[in-house]
Structures are given as C-alpha cells and as structure tokens.
Design a protein around this ligand. Structure first.
Ligand SMILES: [Zn+2]
Length: 500
C-alpha cells in the first residue's frame, strides 16, 4: 500500500509528464498545420504553363506557399479560405523586371515632360540628389502599392543613386518596405562611379567610389540574398549603364555575379543618342561593348534594348540573355520601338518592366501589357504581339529574366503567386467572349481583387491594409520639397515647361 506522500509525488510526476508530452508532441511530433486556400469555379484561368493551358470552372488549391492542385474538376473540400471566382480571371502574379521606385516622387515635372533621355536625365539628377531615407521609404511604398494593385507579385528595382547627404543603406530601406507589404522583391544594387568631372552625366555628389560600391554589394548579398526556392528576397547587381561606371567595374561585376550565382542588370541600347555616344567615345555599338565586358551571359537582363541590329539580336538569343521591354517609357521619351517579335524569335528571354515613374508616370503592369501589344502594332503585321504574347512576357518571361523557375506559372509545385481580377466592370461589359485577353485589350479600372503571394492573400480589394491617405500626403510633401530645394540650389526653373 502506497503512503499518502508517495501518492502525491506520483500524481505530481504524472501531471508534469503529461504537460511535457503535450509540449514535446506539439513541437516535434504533431503534423504541421497547413493553411489552405481553395479557389472555386473560376471564369477563366491562364496557367502560363509550357503548353499555355487555359480553362474555366474547376479549382485551384493552395497549401501553405505552394499550388497543391489545379484543374477543371470541381473540388468540394473544407479550406481555411474559400474564394468564389466565378466572375474572375486568374493569372500568375505579374513580374515587373525594371523600375526605379524612387521616381514616383518625380512624375511629370513640367521642365522634363517633353525632353528626350539625356536632357531629361541631367535635369532629373538635380532633383534626385535631394533624396533622403524618408523619401526612399515613402516612394518605395507608393510604387509597390501601385504595382501590386495592378497584379504584380514580384518586382525588381534599380536603385543606383546614393547621394552623399543620404544614408548609404537605401536598399535596406526598400527591402523593409517590400517585406511589410508582402511582395516578392529582387532589388538590384545599382551603381554610378563616373560623375560629371569624370565625363559622366550625374553630378559628382550622387556617385560613389568603386571601393564603396563593391563593399556595399558584398554586405547586401551576405545580409539578404536568398537562393532557396520560393525566396522572397534576392539581390542582383546593376551598374546604371555601361557609361556611368568604369569598364573595370563592369568586368568585376560580371565576375563577382558569376562566382556568387547572381543576376546582372543594366540599361542598354535605349536611344540613338546612346548609340552615337558609344560609337564616338568608345568606337563600339552598345551590344559589342557588353560582349567585350563579359556581360552577354544567361544571368544578365537588360532594360530597353530598343536599337539593335539583326546580328545583335541573334547573339543575344544565342547567349540566352534577358530583356526588360518598357514600352510606356520608350514612348514617353521618344526612344523608339523595340524589336520584340524578333527578340522572342531569337530566343531572348523577353520580360516587361514599367520603368521608373519619371518616364512612365505610372506603375501599372496591365497598362504596360496593353502598351506592349499596341506599340508592336505600329510596325508591320508580321511583328505584331498578341495579348497572350504580352501576358507570357509579364509572367514566364519575367521569371526567366530574373533567373527563377519557381514563379510565373500556375502549376502544381510552383509558388502560389496569383492575381485574381473580377471582370464584372463597365469596361469589360461585352468582352467576355475571351476573358483572358479582355485583361489586356480593355482598360480595366480599379485594383486586382485578390493578390496572393507565397500562399498568403496580401491584398484584397474589400479591405484596406495601409493608410494610403497618409502615405500620399507624405509623398506629395516630399516631392514638393525636393523640387524646391533643387530649384534654390541650381536656379533651374523646374516648374516651367519652356526652360532649357
Ligand atoms: Zn530605367
């Protein structure tokens, strides 16, 4: 017979054992609880898979961050979230491959509204040199919100401006903003080392030394670059253009990127002025120069690529390079019409970029797709792009240009990055004979209805997530201050259309 004391000790022991077992089991033994989203009966799904499959009805099942099941058969199972998509077109989330988010602060400034690239750049540099950490923080959020409301789930950004008076850690600030909004982000560590005194276009106090650039590149890669599938942050490297850094830095950048499995990016063949500058100062056309610098590789992607000859298109295809087509910017600056049909036929990985808001004034990927389709039709019929061509550029093309194979399509095992658009609006009335192309042919007002990134609904048109009014007020205040400061420092009248 047990004593009373022994009985109490045994009871306490059993109680503690049961607590321990419960805690241990919950941490190590119990199956992980999956979060599921079931999308039912869609109006149309454009999978952008290898066969370009599309269907209507059926389902998409998301489990955690991954597409678990997709198909035409109806699925009626419990899920954490169920979305009735009977009025919606579903596409992979769009991938924007070229932007300068800080430029949302400098849209349509009167003096630069009607200028082509070089004077447009020289004048903008005087305003951009006023950028601060707060300016980057606010303008990045504004640009990202615009992008995600147009269906973007992944974006790149090209920040190459590091004014002496600002913090050198501006890309860290951008990353924070992207993380807070839940968008997948591939910022590029931009750079400029040739200021005016060394023959470049920008003022000397917005460029850095090449040692500073290299050191900060290493810091960012070590701190943020995530090579794992489904990564939310990846760093790429992007000298502003082959003329804003030395050839030595261009070569070093390519070698460092190869050694560290990074993508490289820059502007290329944007205008005829650039071609002329290149021929006169370097005796080379832009693509020839890039080849000599070791940049025509399958981990590179170029913004614009407008002025290319047949041989250049061929060699870019042979080397599997990527291109970010920016039709709105090319029209706004009168740069020209890129030869996209030929680039696609040559095997170049063609993607789409909205480009900075000082040369587009908008960050809307649906508009960019529409403009890509329309501008191609200013050429002969054989070069026209279809709605599906530009949709593929904004999804699979974007993934390929950024060096990823886990996003850009709706297939089992891929990342659950989706955009859902309700097609019941005024501008879509009468367009539902082909709901997928309606997204591009018609001008859809209003935001995406659901945006899913990594299996999380990061935007839902019925809920507000950010205090937009406060953000817009801040952005407008900073934009005015930057122009006023630049104006009083330089004496340039930025608000006058007719100043030089
Ligand atoms: Zn650009």
């Amino acid at each position: 017979m047990e004593s009373h004391g022994a009985c109490v000790i045994k009871t306490i022991f059993n109680f503690l054992l049961s607590i321990f077992t419960m805690l241990f089991a919950s941490k190590y033994n119990s199956p992980k609880i999956m979060k599921t989203i079931l999308i039912k009966n869609p109006l149309a799904v454009a999978t952008m898979n290898d066969n370009g499959a599309e269907f209507s009805g059926g389902h998409i099942l998301i489990e955690d961050s991954i597409i678990k099941s997709i198909g035409t058969e109806a699925l009626d199972i419990p899920a954490d979230e169920i979305i009735d998509a009977s009025d919606m077109v579903i596409t992979p989330g769009f991938i924007n491959t070229h932007h300068h988010l800080y430029q949302t602060l400098t849209r349509n400034i009167p003096l630069m509204q009607d200028q082509p690239l070089f004077p447009w750049l020289t004048n903008h540099y005087e305003v951009w040199r006023e950028i601060t950490t707060e300016a980057i923080q606010v303008s990045t959020q504004i640009g990202l919100l615009e992008l995600l409301k147009s269906g973007v789930t992944t974006t790149s950004d090209h920040l190459y401006l590091f004014p002496a008076q600002a913090s050198p850690e501006l890309i860290d600030t951008e990353i924070e903003a992207a993380r807070a909004l839940g968008v997948r982000f591939q910022p590029t560590r931009g750079s400029m080392s040739l200021g005016k005194s060394k023959g470049g276009l920008p003022p000397d106090d917005v460029v850095q030394t090449e040692t500073e650039i290299q050191k900060d590149t290493e810091r960012l890669v070590a701190k943020y670059h995530d090579t794992s599938p489904g990564a939310m942050i990846r760093i790429s490297l992007a000298p502003c253009s082959p003329f804003s850094v030395t050839q030595k830095l261009m070569k070093q950048t390519a070698l460092y990127a190869n050694d560290n499995q990074l993508q490289v990016h820059t502007h290329l063949a944007e205008t005829l002025d650039e071609e002329k500058f290149c021929l006169e100062t370097l005796g080379q056309r832009p693509v020839g120069l890039m080849q000599e610098l070791g940049w025509l590789t399958d981990n590179s992607w170029y913004a614009h690529a407008v002025h290319l000859n047949d041989a250049e298109i061929k060699i870019m295809g042979q080397n599997q390079v990527g291109v970010s087509h920016c039709p709105s910017s090319n029209m706004r600056l009168g740069s020209g019409i890129a030869r996209i049909r030929e680039l696609l036929d040559a095997g170049v990985k063609v993607s789409l970029g909205v480009d900075g808001s000082a040369s587009n004034d908008s960050s809307d990927m649906l508009l960019e797709m529409r403009n890509a389709m329309l501008i191609s039709r200013l050429r002969e019929k054989q070069y026209w792009l279809t709605a599906r061509n530009v949709l593929r550029m904004a999804t699979r093309g974007g993934a390929a240009a950024l060096g990823r194979d886990d996003i850009g399509e709706l297939s089992v095992g891929k990342q659950a990055d989706l955009a859902l658009f309700d097609m019941g609006g005024l501008s879509q009335a009468g367009s539902l004979s082909d709901p997928v192309s309606s997204l591009i042919f018609t001008t859809r007002r209003g935001s995406v209805d659901y945006l899913i990134v990594q299996g999380q609904i990061i935007f839902n048109s019925e809920q507000s997530h950010v205090d937009e009014a406060k953000l817009i007020e801040k952005q407008n205040r900073i934009a005015v201050e930057m122009i006023q400061q630049a104006q009083s420092r330089t004496g340039i009248d930025f608000l006058n259309h007719n100043s030089k």
